[in-house]
Design a protein around this ligand. Structure first.
Ligand code: GLU
Length: 523
């Protein structure tokens, strides 16, 4: 980003006269202009699967659109056919749907400005490039790969930034006609203006960049006739009436070039907001190739979509402070509290500890506020338990009411539904393995079981059980610690987990008695 000089250059900007027509005024404003319909787009290239960075870009676009009554569009940018990953386009759409950020217009639900896949829009690019050629803002370039390579090597040797020297700008009409007649290979380049480019980034503030000083005229139509990303992106943003572009900061350096293209066409550019990077907790970059940042990974470990959205909005700003006070925010809360001006202009780090907390809060929210989702959770737990304990199907207590109670009880202890089925909480579903800690005399265990079985007039609550166990240990002169250790082993076969009285409460009187008796018998 060193080449971008920010607002410190104010002095030099003031002396450069820039034609600020009414049509482009919004480019110089640091507040979002929402006077016309807000239309934003998420424009991924299907060169890989969606990861958290992409999800955040999509989410912020969605939130911006919805908080201004606008439209959120999905456009697939597949002009780089060589890097396409099979299945990625479909997966991106499925991922968005899974996350609940469903596009208003996309290749799957076309709106008025389709097609929404760039490879189906080649005719549009062809027509548009003609206009630039006619106006002298684009030109044929016949430079061979070899020449370009030599230019690059020369620049490297001289320790300069490699850039095209714009040689073909100066070809005469006769020379061009001759080369075309010879069927020479060509590409089309956009003629950069050597003025200072400035725009107000809605997140970073004033950006000043001298594109033409730093790069040669960019290719807009490649020698195979296909458009480059830069050209297709600009043409589509115009044709699709995009009002605001919210995209990753890695594109900020290309924005002045895009604005120049808009201006060359006489089109009104959108307002731009570049989103700072989201990084791993150790400060490294998220990468499409890093398996554990892809959405599929989070799905497979039982993270709920809303929890994932909440997780990625925990750092980097973008919301009113009150959001922090909402437990388990929902998409509507994110929309209501979104404020583009509050996005931090520096990169943020994901805090992995918050992932499970967000998931836990989401499970709790579903249980408490959505009967339909709560029902779904119960059914899912039943399915998972059946699958996990295939060999114990007969003894499993999978009554829906019971499972729901278990779920409600477990909520502070689990990060995902998987945690409820496996590991420390497996005792909830199946009888424990024989425990090494069952050191209390079998007769004492039998007495305890009998007491529990007969005192049915008192509800079998944690508080009652706890008092009872203390009194029982005292009466029978048993060391309390040993007693608890032994009971824990009898109930769960484990050395750690929830408190003994709590375990008993959630297992219920019947199962508790059953397990204590089983432990007595095993002695
Ligand atoms: N196709 C670009 C990408 O994959 C989109 C850049 C933009 O939003 O303009 O990130």
């Amino acid at each position: 980003m060193h080449m971008i000089q920010k607002s410190l250059l104010r002095k030099s900007i003031n002396v450069i006269s820039i034609c600020r027509t009414g049509a482009t005024r919004s480019l110089y404003s640091n507040v979002p202009d929402t006077s016309t319909t807000v239309r934003v787009r998420f424009a991924p290239s299907p060169t890989g699967f969606m990861h958290l960075g992409g999800l955040r870009t999509a989410l912020f676009n969605y939130l911006f659109a919805k908080s201004h009554g606008g439209k959120f569009i999905l456009r697939i940018e597949d002009t780089d056919q060589e890097r396409l990953v099979e299945g990625a386009t479909e997966q991106i759409y499925q991922d968005l749907k899974w996350a609940g950020i469903v596009p208003d217009e996309s290749p799957w639900n076309e709106g008025p400005y389709g097609p929404y896949v760039q490879s189906l829009r080649y005719d549009i690019y062809k027509q548009e490039v003609k206009k630039l050629m006619e106006d002298g803002r684009a030109y044929y370039c016949f430079c061979s790969e070899r020449r370009l390579d030599l230019l690059r090597k020369d620049a490297v040797r001289l320790r300069q930034v490699p850039k095209y020297d714009n040689k073909c700008r100066h070809l005469t009409p006769g020379q061009i006609a001759e080369r075309l007649a010879k069927n020479d290979k060509f590409c089309i380049r956009f003629k950069l203006d050597s003025k200072a480019d400035e725009f107000q980034d809605l997140i970073y503030g004033k950006i000043v960049y001298f594109v033409a000083q730093n790069e040669g005229d960019p290719v807009i139509i490649k020698s195979d006739g296909f458009p480059t990303y830069h050209f297709a992106n600009v043409v589509d943003d115009h044709h699709m009436k995009i009002s605001h572009v919210l995209r990753g900061v890695e594109w900020q350096i290309s924005t002045p070039k895009h604005i120049q293209m808009f201006q060359a066409f006489g089109w009104r550019p959108p307002q731009y907001a570049h989103l700072p990077l989201v990084m791993n907790s150790n400060g490294s970059k998220l990468s499409k190739r890093q398996g554990d940042v892809q959405l599929e990974h989070y799905r497979s470990i039982g993270i709920f979509p809303q929890a994932l959205l909440n997780f990625i909005t925990q750092s980097g700003g973008g919301f009113d402070r009150e959001l922090i006070d909402i437990t388990g925010p929902q998409l509507k809360d994110l929309v209501d509290n979104f404020d583009i001006k509050k996005i931090n202009a520096h990169s943020s780090r994901l805090n992995p500890d918050l992932l499970w907390q967000c998931n836990r809060e989401e499970i709790a929210h579903q249980l408490k506020h959505s009967p339909e989702k709560a029902d779904g959770l119960v059914k899912e737990v039943i399915r998972m338990v059946r699958e996990e304990y295939k060999d114990h199907l007969k003894s499993l207590d999978l009554d829906e009411k019971h499972v729901r109670e278990v779920l409600e009880w477990s909520i502070t202890r689990i990060g995902s539904l998987q945690d409820l089925v496996k590991g420390k909480l497996s005792f909830l579903w199946v009888l424990p393995q024989r425990s090494k800690d069952a050191i209390i005399d079998a007769d004492i265990l039998k007495v305890l079981a009998k007491n529990f079985a007969t005192e049915t007039d008192v509800p079998f609550t944690k508080a009652y059980i706890s008092d009872f166990l203390k009194a029982f240990a005292k009466r029978n002169q048993i060391a309390f610690d040993q007693f608890m250790k032994s009971l824990r082993g009898s109930l769960s076969g484990l050395r750690e987990g929830p408190g003994v009285a709590e375990m008993m409460e959630i297992l219920g009187r019947e199962k508790t008695v059953e397990r204590i008796l089983l432990a007595a018998k095993r002695k």
